[in-house]
Every structure is written in C-alpha cells, then in structure tokens.
Design a protein around this ligand. Structure first.
Ligand code: NAD
Length: 338
C-alpha cells in the first residue's frame, strides 16, 4: 500500500486526495494545510489526518476543533510519496523539503518543467516516469492537448498542431479573478506558452497555441487544427479512434450539449463528485477533415482533468503497474468513461 501525503489541499489537492482514497493500492496518510478554514474543516471531517504547514498556527487549528496530526515536515517523513498541489511556484520552493527526507514527489503544471525530471501525461509518456523521483503532472490545458494528440500522432503522424485556447477566467472559488465582462487575449504574445508546455511531453511536436481568457469559471474550450501526415479515407476513422480513447468523451449531436454549462449539468446529474469532468469532451460533429487538416472543438474541465493523471503518476513512480494497467484501474475506481 503506497502511503501518499498531499501537501497543498486546494482545488487540485482535495480532488487528488479523494481519488487516491478510491484506489485499492494507495492511501492518503495526511494532508497539509496553511489555513484553518472551511477546507481544513472539510479535510478533517473526511477523516484525513491534517498537518499544519505553519507550526505557529497550530493553536488556530485547535481553536476550531481540528486535532492536528503534526507539521508538514512530519507528513513528508511519514509518506512514501508526496503530491505537491501548492500554488504555482511554491512547489519548487518545497522541493528541498522532499529531498531532505529522500521522499519522491509529484508537482503540478503551475511549476516550471525544470522542477522535475519528467513532465507527465498518463496516455503519452507513462513509462518515462517509471521509477523517477520527481515528476511534474502537466497543466489542465497541456493534459487536454496531450491526450488529444496521442492517438493522432500514433495513427496518422502529425505535421503541425494549431490550437486556440479559450480559457476560463478563474475557478469557481477564485472570487477575485476575471475578466467579468471582456474577452482578453491572454497572453497577447503569440504563440502562447501552452505550445512549449505540450512539447515538454512531446518534444518533437510542431505546435503553436493562442490563448484568450473569458468570463466563465466552468471549463476551457479548445479550437484545434491538426495537419496530419497521412489522411484517412474518411473522417469516421478519426472519430472511431478518438472514441476508443478512455479519457476522450465524444459528445453526440443528439445529446443537446451546447457548452460547458450543459456538460457540468450532465456531470452533476450523473452524481460525479463536485460535478467533475475528468475526460476531454469533444463535440463529435466538430471533428472535420478538410484535406489534410483535421479540426475539432473540445472542452476541458480545469479543476479535474489532471486528477486521474496524478493517480497514474503515483503508480509510475512506484513502478508496480504498467501504464495501461494503471489507467484502467484509475478509470474503473473513479468511474471515468462510464
Ligand atoms: P489552490 O490555490 O486552489 O490550492 C493550493 C493550496 O495550497 C491552497 O490551499 C493553499 O493555501 C495551499 N498552500 C499555499 N502555500 C502552501 C505551502 N507553502 N505549503 C502547503 N500548502 C500551501 O491551487 P490549485 O488550483 O489547486 O493549483 C495547484 C497547482 O495545480 C498549481 O500548480 C496549478 O497551476 C495546478 N493546476 C491548477 C488547475 C486549476 O485549474 N485549478 C488545473 C491544473 C493544474
């Protein structure tokens, strides 16, 4: 049983903790929190041992009835692996803590790629992370693009990817983010940093990306154009190959799903935790071939698509299952693709 500590219990950390708890071969040995807030109360109520990041705030935790299990240093010492889900840049600052305890760690996509030996996507490069000590699970957008690219690269070869990323302004709990009434080129410079981030997973891929930010908290939407090397006789071949992927969900026209709002509604109706949508959601009708150019549109749930990838990265680090075995187990336990 792999004992996993979660350092940074926010949007990603709490989801990853719950996903780990659903696995038969790993357990959460504790979560580290900075603030004694409603999220900390939720962690304690969920039965996770809570560790304080700042020992000086221990009394504040106690005053709201949270019985601390110790400090973050003790959590790292008690863990076989740590999932660091702290805000961008904090993970890199934490790396010496993990090194001091000789504890392997996963970092998240907000960190520079240099924080780890490998930038990871379970579908694209699971084996590269086998037995690594430090692995970065790439961002929500990079995860979404890597999953989409994988079957196209393998079946047809890719000359070039061009993607426009219409990004959510913030997560639902990020009350200060925006814009609230605009569509912002973000970044204004082209190509955006997302393409190079995909190249941390696919170093040979020719990819340019453009980013915008819009007033929604629900999901990102990508408009993707891929110039293929070998073109199938019919676009149905592409659709079938995409449909066969476990973390790509093809949305049929009949479903009446016209955007992220209806997708989230579907996820909530299906009883998914927090209304999470772990898969890339591709509008089937948008999958179109014009000569060698493939087009499509996909929605990416930023809060949750990296969650199964973290679970798989833990198995890559510990080396006890292959990529396909790990993905299947993760999918079954979380209910992905059902
Ligand atoms: P978040 O702000 O929701 O959660 C981060 C948590 O870490 C907070 O609870 C914060 O209090 C805590 N924290 C701050 N400093 C800490 C420290 N020194 N030690 C321990 N905990 C500390 O952030 P998030 O959205 O969960 O993002 C975490 C990482 O995941 C970032 O790298 C981010 O880029 C990446 N990511 C975020 C999303 C997303 O859409 N939210 C998607 C994919 C990847």
């Amino acid at each position: 049983m792999l004992r996993v500590g979660v350092n940074g219990y926010g949007t990603i950390g709490k989801r990853v903790a719950d996903a780990i708890r659903a696995q038969p071969d790993m357990e959460v040995c504790g979560v580290a929190k900075v603030s004694p807030d409603y999220v900390a109360v939720g962690a304690a109520e969920a039965g996770y041992p809570v560790y304080a990041v700042d020992a000086d705030r221990a009394d504040e935790f106690r005053s709201i009835g949270i019985d601390l299990a110790g400090t973050v240093d003790e959590l790292v010492a008690a863990s076989d692996v740590v999932v660091d889900a702290t805000p961008s840049g904090v993970g890199a600052d934490n790396r010496p803590l993990y090194e001091r305890h000789d504890t392997p760690a996963l970092f998240q996509g907000g960190e520079d790629a240099t924080v780890a030996e490998v930038s990871f996507n379970a579908r694209a490069n699971f084996d590269e992370a086998t037995d690594a000590d430090y692995v970065r699970v790439v961002s929500c957008n990079t995860t979404g693009l890597s999953r989409f690219v994988a079957p196209l690269e393998e079946n047809y070869g890719i000359e070039k990817v061009r993607a426009t990323l219409v990004r959510r302004g913030g997560d639902p709990n990020q009350t200060g983010r925006g814009p609230i009434n605009d569509a912002l080129p973000d970044p204004v410079s082209i190509p955006s940093h997302h393409g190079p981030d995909v190249q941390t997973v696919y170093p040979e891929l020719d990819i340019d990306t453009i980013g915008l930010k819009v007033p929604t908290t629900m999901m990102h939407v990508h408009a993707v154009n891929v110039t293929l090397d070998d073109v199938p006789d019919d676009v149905s071949d592409v659709r079938d190959r995409l449909r066969a992927e476990d973390r790509l969900l093809l949305i049929p026209d009949y479903a009446g799903i016209d955007g992220a709002g209806t997708l989230k509604d579907l996820a909530l109706d299906a009883g998914r935790p927090r209304g999470d949508v772990w898969e890339n959601c591709i509008w089937e009708e948008s999958i179109t071939l014009e000569g060698r150019d493939l087009y499509c549109m996909q929605a990416i749930h930023q809060e949750s698509d990296v969650v199964p990838e973290n679970v798989d990265a833990l198995r890559a680090i510990s080396g006890h299952l292959t990529g396909p075995e790990s993905r299947t187990l993760t999918n079954e336990t979380l209910g992905i693709g059902l």
